[in-house]
Design a protein around this ligand. Sequence first.
Ligand code: GLU
Length: 386
Amino acid sequence: MNRNEILRGVKRVVIKIGSSVISHREKGGSDLVQGLNRNMVRHYSRQIKKLIDAGYEVALVSSGAVMAGRSRLGLDRANLSIPEKQACAAVGQSALIRSYEKKFEKLGLTVAQILLSNDDLENRKRYLNAKNTIDALLSRGVIPIINENDSVTVDEIKIGDNDTLSATVACLANAQLLIILSDIEGLFTRDPGKPVERGAEPAKLIGHVERVTPEMEKIAGKSRNLVTVGGMYTKVMAAKKTMSFGVPALVVDGLDRKVLEKVFAGKNVGTLFYSSDGKIKGRKHWIAHTLRPNGEIVVDAGARKAIVERGKSLLPAGVVGVEGKFEFGNCVRILDENQKEFARGLVNYSSGEMDKIKGMKTASVRSVVGPNFYEEVVHRDDLVAL
Ligand code: GLU
């Protein structure tokens, strides 16, 4: 698939904005004392507004909290202690979100802040909660702005860099594209930061990567900038992750102010990571093969057909029986009326709630479960026909 074909299938896109893209290098100052570059925040807010007007759903993963906090607190040292970094993140995060909020508000758009930690992503219940929240926001035209919850996580248990976080968010949100905006143009055939030896080929930008090789991982190397956390290496690893979920990732130069326009015009900018055989989505694989089911849901023939033949979600109306004890977010086996398992999925209701709402039409379900209402018992994104 070429870029235009990929773009045609994109509705939901996750855009990662790196610290270096929205930071302001003070003339004569050190690499570390940078402030939030509000012009760039305004610029990207406008660009994103254009995408939303064109019908895309956009979730942002934005770095910059530590950078903004550093400059606010005047902490101009390379080695900050953990509490100092966490203090910077706490101060900077509110400055960051305030800036986005102000710019988007002027454009008539609402933003929402989501701070995630590794724990949230490893715990199925919290993972699902994050996913459902992002879905609810996007379907209302709100822009989720996501960052790591830096002020409560220490290095050992951190996600650590927002490239990795953005890849996880792209998979979790079922985006069709991840765009990483950084100060790096993309992946090169060799480290463009290093001098070229005599007679050697100069570094060339790789336009399309279908498989990340160990050699590419080596070339990607480490960061060239003291302020940003990830270098090309974390971007390549992030892309490897989204590719295994069938989600294309595009690494482009966010300092080029026209870059999003170029991307959506199908121009060959940056490096596209995509392979059409990443189609069996890792997440579904995880549901079908890794998770241990906690219970069973028996469904009628109509629901079975909708799931197997049309890839639909399971709704309460199609449920005829509930077996075992399970909680919101657990994996359940889905059986037909002959007790034969034909699908598995992550359930939005506990077995107790399921007992009450089985067979019910959506409107009555809402009145029974109140605020815990979900239209689907198992959403099709969390459902695998076996
Ligand atoms: N979460 C960090 C921050 O907002 C940035 C991590 C990264 O740049 O990858 O400062």
